[in-house]
Design a protein around this ligand. Structure first.
Ligand code: GLY
Length: 404
């Protein structure tokens, strides 16, 4: 009898010691595998564009062939950013040379003043490049881009204008989209690097105005809020890329979550942290968030559970939750990390992660760009890849610190 009890005790001890380590190792293995796939796919992608020096990866067409863009399209900075993160993970000469090569393809966007996307374009490429190399030329590009971006700030409205397109002028006087929150990181960074409070004043005013006008009572957000250019009052609230004006477009919720998490990280202002946790609560408690935690393209898509998923929204949310988990109570940390881990594992599964040489060398499958326009539906997108690789790097660090 005593022997049996000792034997059972030994087994219990064995499993209680082994289980956390085993779980830990398994997650590291998932992360390492995905980073390996990402590296192989991205090196092939870079190689495939070596003879088209002004092109950057965007998505695929109906035949599954690569679609590229030039530097002026809003996604241009993501692939250079992917290469920088992969270089950070595995500092080889080839990754660095390609990262430098693709970063320089975006350089002319530092002077862009006709849209708000200069933050995405320059900070994902040159921002990561500067973080990892300290190249002073990159720093100057970031400075110029910040100066370009703040030309779009209107103090009466308290926001940076998102779009200028002439065809939309009839629809919106002064459109500001939730995605614009992402561009504020460029400004907060520049405020510190160049000791210039103008940049942080613009970023914080924009974040505060957006917090006031973009969010509904349940902390879901509209996509577009347009303002009256004379009075500064709200003119219209729409959800142009979502199912309907009142719906919760998944990527919009992800941009908001990431945007306010980043604003807290940059400023330490608790108001932004509270906003980020409210947005996280909306997403995490939503009855339409599926088991694998990769959202449908819109939380209110009418054909749920048959609606398409948006891997890009899942990747952005995952990266944001990993960051946010470091700033909240233990209870919230546990819940954010649990969801982020599920997202990471889902995106690393065969359902979403590309097989070598498939998916036109993008990393993730199954994102939705603009459903109402029927463009880029159920395809790879360079920004899904960027935020996925960023999330992998963040998770890798948390695993190293024993927090995941
Ligand atoms: N910034 C455009 C999008 O999220 O589709």
């Amino acid at each position: 009898m005593l022997k049996t009890i000792s034997f059972l005790a030994l087994i219990i001890l064995h499993f209680s010691c082994k289980t956390p380590e085993k779980k830990h190792n398994q997650l590291s293995a998932v992360i390492d595998h995905s980073l390996k796939v990402a590296t192989q796919q991205s090196l092939r992608m870079a190689e495939s564009l070596k003879d088209q020096p002004d092109k950057l990866p965007q998505t695929i067409d109906k035949k599954g062939d690569l679609v590229t863009c030039n530097s002026a399209w809003w996604v241009s900075g993501f692939f250079p950013g992917v290469l920088w993160y992969l270089y950070e993970n595995d500092p080889t000469d080839s990754l660095r040379l390609w990262a430098e090569n693709f970063t320089m393809r975006v350089e002319d966007q530092q002077y862009t003043t006709d849209n708000h996307d200069v933050g995405f374009m320059i900070f994902c490429s040159f921002g990561n490049g500067y973080r990892l190399t300290g190249n002073p030329e990159y720093k100057e590009v970031i400075h110029n881009a910040s100066k370009s971006l703040i030309t779009r700030f209107n103090p009466t409205i308290g926001c940076i204008r998102s779009w200028d397109y002439a065809s939309w002028s009839a629809q919106w006087q002064y459109p500001v989209i939730i995605d614009n929150m992402m561009n504020l990181e460029l400004l907060e960074w520049s405020a510190k690097a160049f000791n210039d409070t103008t940049f942080s004043h613009v970023a914080r005013t924009h974040a505060n105005t957006t917090m006031k006008n973009h969010f509904r009572d349940d902390y879901s957000s509209y996509h577009v809020v347009s303002y009256d250019t004379i009075t500064g009052a709200v003119e219209k609230k729409n959800t142009s890329q979502g199912y309907s004006d009142d719906s919760a477009w998944a990527r919009g919720q992800a941009w908001g979550l990431y945007g306010y998490t980043m604003m807290y990280q940059e400023t330490g202002d608790k108001v932004y942290l509270e906003q980020a946790t409210h947005i996280a609560d909306f997403i995490l408690n939503h009855p339409n968030l599926p088991e694998d935690k990769i959202p449908y393209w819109d939380f209110n898509a009418p054909d749920i559970p048959n609606a398409l998923r948006d891997a890009s929204a899942g990747a952005i949310m995952c990266s944001a939750l990993l960051e946010l988990s470091g700033y909240v109570s233990q209870e919230k940390t546990d819940s954010y990390l649990k969801i982020a881990e599920t997202q990471l594992r889902s995106l690393s599964s065969d359902k979403y992660l590309a097989k070598p040489r498939e998916n036109a060398n993008f990393i993730l499958k199954h994102s939705v760009g603009h459903m109402p326009n029927k463009s880029e539906v159920d395809v790879p997108l360079s920004y899904a890849d960027y935020y996925f690789v960023e999330a992998l790097m963040r998770a890798k660090e948390l695993v190293k610190q024993g927090k995941m």
